[in-house]
Design a protein around this ligand. Sequence first.
Ligand code: C2E
Ligand code: MG
Ligand code: MG
Length: 725
Amino acid sequence: MTAVTIGLVTTAAVTLGFILWSAQGVDERSLEHEINLARHVISAQLDRIPHDQESVTIWDDSINHLKPALDTHWVDVNLGVWMSDFFGHDEVIVLDASNRPIYAMAEGEMTGLEAARDALPTLNPLISELRRKISGGGLDAYEAGTAPNPPRASDLVVVHGVLSLVSMTPIISDSGDIVQARGTEYIHVSMVHLAAAYAGRLGEEYLIPDASFTEAASGVPDRAMLPLSNRAGRFITFLEWTRTSPGQAMLNQTIPAIAGAFLIAGIIAFLLVDQLWRKSRALEAGRADAEHQARHDRLTGLPNRANFEAELAHVLAERPTRERRISLLMLDLDRFKAVNDTLGHRAGDDLIRAVSQRLRQLVAPGDHLARLGGDEFALIHFHAPGPDDPLALSKRIIEALGKPFDVHGSEAFVGASIGIATAEGGEADSREVARKADIALYEAKATGRNRAVFFEESMSELLQNRHMIEGELREALRRDDQLSVAFQPLYGADHTSMIGAEALARWHNPRLGQVSPAHFISIAESSGLIERLGQFVLRQACELGAKWPGRTIAVNMSPVQLRNPRFPQEVFAVLRETGMRPGDLELEITEGILLEDASIASEALHIFRSSGIRIALDDFGTGYSSLNYLKRYPVDRIKIDRSFVSQLAPGHVSVAIVEAMVRLAHALKIEVTAEGVETEEQVKVLTDLGCNIFQGFLLSPPITAAALEAMLGHPVRHVDDAKVA
Ligand code: C2E
Ligand code: MG
Ligand code: MG
């Protein structure tokens, strides 16, 4: 805005300056011209007077009325009054051959000769000059026709105090008939007073306005001045007049127009600038909005991940002080996916909004809350030294988020797990602090959810261990000498006839020894290696299953595999390639997948079942609302988790639980497998409860494929320990 104003004012100033400058230039040139004109007018006047005189001085009659006797009347009429009346001359004097005045006229009337005599001293220089010119041959030249006019003498002279143009010329014959001896010519003196009247005439005739003759300059600014000097170079008077100043006149006329133009230009510029300013304001607002959107989460309006990371780096760069500690809380909802899948994405969005609302109410004014994405939130918390404060806050958060949410008319329960890392000892690496909080969160989730866990170095070691195992597993999948598949036989209701086996992944690492699937499966899942590992197990299982039609071969499947939409195709490809009958294959899934990706899981499960592949729900009872899922999803079998089976003893509460599970399953025409059967007592209880299939160390541990095949040839209940896999 100011730049435009400055620009406009500068332009106006420059334009105005230029106009003034050119007006001044015009005026200067005009003055120069007027002065030249005035100078020319004065010299023309000096030339004109003799010219006027010559109308009577080159005339035979004049000589005849002067010589030998003076005809005063005639002279007065023709050489005096005539000059006044016709030419406006103020004074006339006629001098005889001896330069004595013989006639004088002033202001149109004949006067006495005293005044003329008095004037002689001032006129003498001119008289002498004229006589010199005559005696010098001036008249001869004129009479010979070589000079255009007879000799003359004229100058500016102050005669009895009156500034006058004085001109003298000899009175001579026009016909040449009257011959006068040289030097005897009479002289006609004519004077024009440079006074007000004459000045007025100059003004009228030569357009020199308000002309006046003054001895002292008036000093009025718009008056022009021409100093006049006599022929001897002596200053005589000033000719003064009013300058025309056309530049100034033009200015007077154009300034209002120019001012008007500038005013209009100013108004237009103002309007344009105003509009521009409004537009740029709108643009700025749009940019700020876009920036806000880029830095904030749309759903909750909370800062987003990028914003959070920048903020964390910023607060850590300022270094936490003793009084002002910084803890980072990473928060993850525990059952968000289930809500999202069962109630829909809209409900999920509403839930996230409601969660952010509750969180907002709990955080202190200076703290920074952000949504990192999905169901992940982060909180930068400023607090006093010691772990109590963030822990207390975490507890409040967990408690608040543990209360039911009303989502689209249904009550939704989600919990929250929190990982806490405190920026200790001036820790300034934001990524390091975030990593620690993430590890703590991972630990919180892994150790039972709905809790807050402080980061400890040992967790980091665990994590490093996982990384190491991941690398080893990757290597193992590339080679063929570390991974294998064991089979744990499944027995029928009589718990002596083997109806099939469950394929279980086995990994022998030369450095780590035997690694438990309980350990490496979760690493394979989180690193994406599970797809290849699953393929490997499935292929081995199907190759064996193809050789023993009629036997059930169960294969464990990770939720990660099921989430892959191409997974069913891959399973059928393996079945086709190995030749195994789909009806002999049983896929074991855990409740997790139903909880997380209900729709995907249900679709895949329908495809499998339609081809005869059976579905078993593994580790039944350990998840959430297991019984509900039974109604909703197509499963053929549940496998009651070992944790229930191991507690089975007459009178124990587990008996009732297992009984309820079996009843419900049977009511839904679902078979029941008991996992981890280790004692005869358990077998007895389970048999009484109506379990269909038994699996456990009591009957057989997992064994090698070769051992299984040997057993399938001669089904017996126990195997040699040597063959245990
Ligand atoms: P799961 O599917 O429930 O497998 C049964 C687990 O219980 C096996 O452990 C088996 O060795 C163990 N077990 C069987 N009978 C008894 C018993 O009487 N007492 C006790 N204490 N344990 C018994 P394993 O082989 O260590 O596998 C652990 C888990 O790893 C499996 O649990 C399964 O969830 C997973 N897993 C194993 N192989 C695979 C695989 O190829 N793919 C996938 N996705 N998961 C697998
Ligand atoms: Mg299993
Ligand atoms: Mg199990």
